[in-house]
Design a protein around this ligand. Structure first.
Ligand SMILES: *Cc1c(COP(=O)(O)O)cnc(C)c1O
Length: 394
């Protein structure tokens, strides 16, 4: 019996240039992004400027995680303690965590079988809750119809913050994710598209949001060392009333991450090639359904999702177990209890009403999820599809 002999969770490697830059930072001792008299050439400031140019965004603020970026985005766009924030019911723990960090109340919105936020449910929940903010996850790289979504949010008076942890490098109809909403939040955690180990990037065109995020992140009075920053007059409005939360990014992280930005397009081609091979092979297996991908969606797919039909609980659990035993590690977001990196909204006991909305529960019930490591070979895609087909039929 064939077996897949590799760790599907291996993160993207750090290129030699990044290793050299990290070494340079270590040798210089400048691990902290600010110096008292130094100019604006720290690795973190350069990363912010590079990412702003790549995304086409006016301002970028680097912080210690995407969770911190989402927390600051909520705060700096006016979420108040007790305020309501709409969010996808299918997402990962840092998202409800960011809402809780801001002291706000969660309003869970259903997702469709194509794994994007359900716009009808969004409209209904927005009106029923009176929420003014949507924290939108492009979960597992699936992008909603951003034209319709933004028009709807405008009509409803919703401020949109995008969680782009899985869509760095991806676009909808030619426009990068993270530039539709007031703020876009990106992750440099090891399993995302650029691997800094830990880290977050907050992108915005709004000068007040940018200045507040920089000050909150812990810039002291050294915000002038940021390159992708608003002008002094904007800081003057905020610097004496904005507490320092010390959420800075280290120069080590930026040094490892920055040389990966120019590699993003090449990585996307590899990920999407492997995704395409897996998707074609899996879609041919009876009883498997893959999410529909619209033409306008230019995804970067570093994982794959498919739903299984026709298996009861026990047979589905056995299928997962046998696939894993052959090296194909499938995650299951439909489990009653979260394991590993999965997250289950019914288990978020810090919410005032923890539950999984019914449509989402149905979508997740038989949904399988597998990482696509950058180093996965074409041959291994065939082996994986073969193992899944055999174990489904077993
Ligand atoms: C990883 C992830 C985040 C947060 O990233 P961190 O940098 O680990 O805080 C947010 N949303 C989703 C969907 C993620 O997978």
């Amino acid at each position: 019996m064939s077996r897949l002999d590799r760790d599907l969770s291996s993160p993207p490697p750090i290129p030699e240039e990044g290793i050299a830059a990290v070494e340079g930072v270590l040798r210089s001792g400048w691990l902290h992004r600010y110096g008292e008299t130094m100019g604006d050439a720290s690795e973190v400031s350069l990363l912010e400027a590079d990412f702003a140019a790549l995304l086409g965004s006016r301002y970028v603020v680097a912080v210690n995680s995407c969770g911190s970026a989402m927390f600051l985005a909520l705060l700096c766009t006016g979420v108040k303690p007790g305020g309501r924030v709409l969010m996808n019911a299918f997402t990962l723990a840092p998202v409800p965590g960011a809402v809780a960090h801001a002291g706000a109340e969660h309003v869970l919105v259903d997702v469709t079988p194509d794994l994007v936020i359900d716009l009808d449910d969004l409209a209904q929940k927005a009106e029923a809750s009176g929420a003014r903010h949507l924290l939108l996850s492009h979960m597992r790289g699936h992008i909603a119809d951003m034209g319709r979504l933004m028009a709807l949010c405008e009509r409803l008076g919703l401020t949109v913050i995008e969680d782009c942890a899985h869509t760095m490098g991806a676009s909808w109809a030619g426009r990068p994710t993270g530039t539709f909403g007031r703020v876009g939040c990106f992750s440099l955690q090891a399993y995302k598209h650029v691997n800094g180990g830990e880290g977050g990037l907050l992108a915005t065109d709004d000068p007040d949001v940018a200045a507040r995020a920089i000050l909150h992140s812990g810039s002291y009075m050294l915000y002038g060392q940021h390159r992708a920053r608003p002008e002094e007059a904007v800081f003057a409005r905020w610097r004496d009333v904005t507490p320092n939360f010390s959420l800075r990014m280290s120069n080590l992280v930026a040094a490892a991450a920055r040389p990966q930005l120019p590699l993003l397009a090449g990585r996307a081609r590899i990920w999407n090639d492997r995704y395409g091979r897996l998707a074609t092979a899996l879609a041919a297996i009876p009883g498997l359904r893959l999410p529909h991908r619209p033409q306008e969606e230019e995804f970067v797919q570093s994982s794959i999702q498919f739903a299984v039909s026709g298996l009861d609980d026990a047979h589905f659990a056995a299928f997962l177990e046998r696939s894993r035993a052959r090296g194909v590690f499938l995650k299951w977001f439909g489990a009653k209890r979260a394991t590993g990196y999965t997250s289950v909204s019914a288990q978020w006991g810090f919410l005032s009403d923890p539950h999984t909305p019914p449509v989402t529960a149905g979508v997740l019930e038989r949904l399988c999820d597998m990482r696509i490591p950058l180093t996965l070979t074409e041959a291994e895609c065939g082996i994986i599809a073969g193992i899944i087909a055999e174990e489904l039929a077993a």
